[in-house]
Design a protein around this ligand. Structure first.
Ligand code: ADP
Ligand code: MG
Length: 257
């Protein structure tokens, strides 16, 4: 068994990174895939969305600076086959501390390597903060591929240009030469507007084969779930939103065409 690691990244906030990270992790676990969800955002939204308490000192922070073994931060999520490395506000301090450390882009990669090597998980899903700062860069340097959730709105392509440039920079820096764009997922989609449809078509044109067929609609069920501390798969297992995330998971698990 080998571990496949995927980061959810987009410098914009509120595009569905955390929702997709949590939903995807839950769907993979539901399939019996041993999955680790790593919350790399000091805001700890993924941690709360699973109903987990933010533990002081419980984030990746110390491990990034070499002061702790990352495996010791792994917690059960309460869901079968899903473990979590949670976050808390202290992680914000890592931006400054890690920037001063040697190999500052690869601190998470070094911390995560033993967990990947242990073949304990089939999937590691990393939820990045809404910026392209040191934490996100560490996330990108530590994974096999990046999934970019985006909303179909004006300037969507400009945003994608920024993130693809950063992926190229990470590759060229040598920190992660084989980093791939896993795919782009349209989220919070409102197909009733012409704009959404036009933007979706534009993105498909610019990134052929990279945009998932599954589109995540805007739905109140996804907005509600975090306040109940449950992923959509258990909050409303029969909902259309759960079905969509399951079909996104199918696409992820399908062998490349
Ligand atoms: P990010 O992690 O990119 O900042 P989130 O996943 O936290 O974005 O989503 C931002 C807000 O929108 C959250 O309150 C979330 O519950 C809500 N949300 C996410 N996806 C959807 C959706 N498809 N439909 C409705 N609300 C959503
Ligand atoms: Mg988030």
């Amino acid at each position: 068994m080998s571990t496949r690691s995927i980061a959810l990244a987009n410098q914009k906030g509120g595009v569905g990174k955390t929702t997709t990270a949590v939903s995807l992790a839950a769907c993979l676990a539901e399939r019996g895939k041993h999955t680790l969800l790593l919350d790399l955002d000091p805001q700890a939204n993924a941690t709360s969305a699973l109903g987990l308490e933010k533990l002081s000192g419980g984030s990746v922070y110390k491990s990034l600076l070499g002061g702790a073994l990352l495996a010791d931060s792994i917690r059960p999520s309460g869901l079968e086959h899903l473990d979590v490395i949670s976050s808390e506000v202290d992680l914000a301090g890592a931006e400054v501390d890690v920037a001063r450390a040697e190999n500052y882009l690869q601190r998470l990669q070094f911390a995560l390597t033993p967990i990947q090597g242990a073949d304990r998980y089939e999937f590691i899903i990393v939820d990045c903060p809404p910026s392209l700062g040191i934490l996100t860069m560490n996330g990108l340097a530590a994974v096999d591929s990046v999934m970019v959730p985006m909303q179909a709105e004006y300037f969507a392509l400009e945003g994608l240009a920024v993130i693809t440039r950063v992926l190229q920079q990470i590759r060229e820096s040598g920190a992660n030469p084989s980093l791939e764009l896993e795919g782009i997922v349209l989220t919070m989609y409102d197909g009733r507007t012409n704009l959404a449809q036009q933007v979706a078509a534009e993105v498909r044109k610019h990134f052929p084969g990279k945009v998932y067929k599954t589109i995540i609609p805007r739905t109140v069920r996804l907005a509600e779930a975090p306040s109940f501390g449950k992923p959509i798969t258990t909050y409303d297992t029969g909902s259309y939103a759960a079905k969509c995330y399951r079909s996104l998971t199918d696409e992820l698990l399908a062998p490349p065409a």
